[in-house]
Design a protein around this ligand. Sequence first.
Ligand SMILES: [Ca+2]
Ligand SMILES: [Ca+2]
Length: 509
Amino acid sequence: MGKQLRLICLVMFAFSLATTLCLVATSSAAPPPGDAQFGIIADNSNAFLNSAPAVNVPGTNYMDTTTLMALLDDNNDGTIGPGDDPTNDPLVIDVRAADAYTGTNTAGMGAGHIPGAIPVTTYKYQDIVKPANLEYIRSELAKHQNKTIVLACYSGHTDKLAEMALGAVAQAGYFGTPAPVITALKWGNLGWNSAAEPSVLAEVTPGTKDIYVHTYGMETTPHPLPAPGAYPVINNTTSTEPAEITRVADNLSESATSPPFIFPGTGTGQVNDSNIGNYTVVDVRSAAEYAAGHITGAVNIPYQQLFAKDGAGDYTNLLSIDTSKPVIVYANGQQESNAAVIGLNALGIRNAGAPDKGLRYGLAAWNNGYGMEFNANTEEHNYPVVTGSAPGGLTYSGQCPSSKPSLNLSAPSPYWGTVSDYNAGLLSVDWTISNSGSGIGYDINITGSINTNGVTVASALPLTVANIMSPGGSATATVKYNVPAGVGGWHTIMAGSATDICGTSYTLP
Ligand SMILES: [Ca+2]
Ligand SMILES: [Ca+2]
């Protein structure tokens, strides 16, 4: 008994995105210590935190609102549009909720957006490194000569979460090379137009909310870092693309913690003098700032050094964070700690039962004699905002690179995946798609399959083959087919889709 082995005849076709042919050899560097994915994510996080933005606030990775306004209002007439030069404009990405962007919020949380700013497609900063947003950002970035991305949230806090994830992904090559400069707008839309953010203004103005009235303990006694622990195992994805490994880890990190911060206070789930000992507290400010006064019991790792390797090539700083307790990270405000929180959670440097959190508003909220505060005299502006669901006020023309991907489908190898597959007549084919072009391919999907002899596709389509494929790269996706009894062979024509860095779509064949 048993079925006769079915002979398979598959007609191959080529995904042909461009005629340019340029094979690029992949590098063969030795894997980093620990899990290979750990090293890739840590190195890209480190590269981002130590990249130098073209325009920034000294000591932080920020662009201030005055600098952004000067780039948008070149002729300094107070409006953005006619008479201004678009060639130096950065890409501004608004990471607030939809009603803040469109100007329909009724609680004083946003009355519109910076002219030309684009939203995250889902209006959630946590989704910033999901494939649909990256595709959108790539296509918008292609229209800008100034390859700088400025992220803007309500008050310059959550944009740092998005910034870290997007920055590490960019350093890993998701936008090609060189990576765009990625920064956040200091004090966000609050600093751009405080009148448009009355509720946010109240939140950061001393005396108007209880976040600023604490005087919890500070000390000057240094605490040495404990001995390094073991490397966490990451393995979030089967992709071998460093950019995709970094993207998946940061995407998981963005969604792992909501809210991504912990308030100082005595309410449920808040932290204060009497329960701070239940946490590992990491001060990510400079050594000098730490020495001058820090939260009782805190250890110090400046955030630019957090993801760095030591002289022996080990990630000693990361591994020295005691994760036997939930981890709280803090800085002068909440900004640098937010960046650290995304990277730490992405790497699995966290307590098994609780994601890492940043201290809400940082030292400024823990003890109002310390920390970073909004300066109404110099940081409060009334720059123009526009309303509506589409980017308002400015249009840009695209400048796409000439290098294009060229994707090919390799000879498939049909097989029976399992005995039950065999008994059910479900044949598997591993379709390997490779990129022999000179540009990165994105969002590569198998979208359809036309078959002869009564064969049908059992797998759900569209099927994602890869979110990114570098020149010389490849990925394999398995498609299962229902093969009726007695069929000895069939022909199949596969259909697929992909994009290039400009968001240009390719439908195949
Ligand atoms: Ca300009
Ligand atoms: Ca102007």
